[in-house]
Design a protein around this ligand. Structure first.
Ligand code: CA
Length: 371
């Protein structure tokens, strides 16, 4: 009930009025020192699609707020709000777009219903890994396309985290052929959901905080989540029999920071740069957290929790790959925005893929993996 009241409060625009007042005070007047040199302070909220202080993703949001506070010497204070605290998890895009909240942290594929092309800035099935996604965004024109895509929604987006390669997910039945996906109720977001649908399954989008209960109660038969470290913390091994790999649907999903455009424009340049630096640091920090802990927790799951760790059979993966190609072809045919973004994505994927063929792909097949 508290949330409902809070939502009404937010919708009433009271908070926006309050923020506008704060910014009003911060406006530079003639003859004054530049805004960057004033002690004008800004008190902002960051809504997230994660439960409060959620490991890694929520922690990353908390850290961004700490880093921004420290770098700005207290001039920009950000209060991080978990999903449901100010607005429901999957309504954070609207809250920031409408200016009820200054910034939000989440993943672009959660907004697929509003902007199908946004999904390319999160994860593409059989697409690019974390390193390649970062290269596309920072050095391959991806970020400019993302900014263009979010501009009509009054939002400035930027990468602010990555989970690295994910796992295929938790299942309560074995997937031996693509036919075993028929009728499967699976929690899976983004373009991967469209692929599961093509395979005859029933994809469901649920925010992180609700998945466990849904799987436990049989509302869903399967769920993907992140990788061994985070999945262990979520406890899925207690309620699902099989843990499949690889995460064909999310090879390097990007987390995003979105900032309301007017609020962004109201900041002095140095505070804008501080936000960018903090979100870049969050991008590295989260990826490092996952990469450093995944194998430790994979071993724990297998040896201590006796999880059945299984690789999707090649026949299943190649079927999923052909469904993914169909999903992308249909999407880009119907939606000019998606076509434009995908053309850039796909060209870049081919370029970095060509390089990977003679670099990492060959290297990994011969590099010794310590036991
Ligand atoms: Ca996932």
């Amino acid at each position: 009930m508290k949330n409902v009241k809070r939502r009404e409060f937010l919708k009433s625009g009271t908070l926006l009025g309050g923020s506008a007042l704060v910014f009003g005070c911060g406006q530079q007047q003639q003859g004054e020192a530049p805004a960057v040199r004033t002690r004008q302070t800004y008190n902002w909220n960051m809504v997230t699609t994660w439960p409060p202080h959620f490991p890694v993703m929520g922690e990353g949001a908390d850290k961004m707020a700490e880093w921004i506070d420290e770098m700005s010497e207290g001039r920009l204070k950000i209060s991080v709000r978990g999903g449901g605290e100010l607005v429901p998890a999957l309504e954070s895009f609207d809250a920031v777009s409408q200016g009820a909240v200054e910034m939000g942290h989440g993943v672009a594929y959660y907004w697929a219903g509003k902007i199908p092309a946004a999904q390319f800035f999160a994860a593409v099935p059989f697409g690019m890994n974390a390193q390649q996604m970062n290269s596309w965004l920072y050095s391959g024109g991806g970020l400019a396309l993302w900014e263009e895509l979010y501009a009509p929604f009054n939002l400035v987006p930027m990468p602010a985290g990555n989970t690295g390669m994910q796992m295929g997910g938790w299942f309560n039945r074995k997937i031996n052929t693509a036919d075993d996906l028929k009728g499967l109720k699976m929690r899976i977001p983004g373009l991967g959901a469209n692929v599961i649908k093509k395979a005859g399954g029933a994809p469901v989008l649920t925010a992180g905080g609700e998945i466990y209960t849904n799987l436990e109660r049989g509302v869903i038969d399967a769920t993907e989540w992140v990788g061994p470290y985070h999945d262990y913390l979520m406890g899925f091994h207690r309620i699902a029999k099989y843990y499949y790999y690889p995460g064909w649907h999310e090879p390097g999903p990007v987390l995003e920071l979105i900032v309301n455009k007017q609020m962004w424009d109201s900041l002095p340049k140095d505070l804008q740069m501080i936000i960018r630096v903090a979100s870049d640091r969050a991008n590295i920090w989260m990826l490092s957290e996952f990469e450093s802990k995944n194998n430790t927790y994979l071993k724990k799951l297998v040896t201590e929790e006796k999880v059945n760790l299984l690789k999707f059979p090649d026949v299943v993966l190649s079927k999923l790959k052909s469904y993914a190609d169909e999903v992308l072809a249909e999407m880009t045919e119907q939606d000019p925005q998606a076509r434009k973004v995908f053309e850039s994505f796909d060209k870049f994927r081919k370029d970095v893929g060509g390089w990977a063929e003679v670099s990492e792909k060959v290297y990994y097949s011969f590099a010794e993996i310590p036991a």
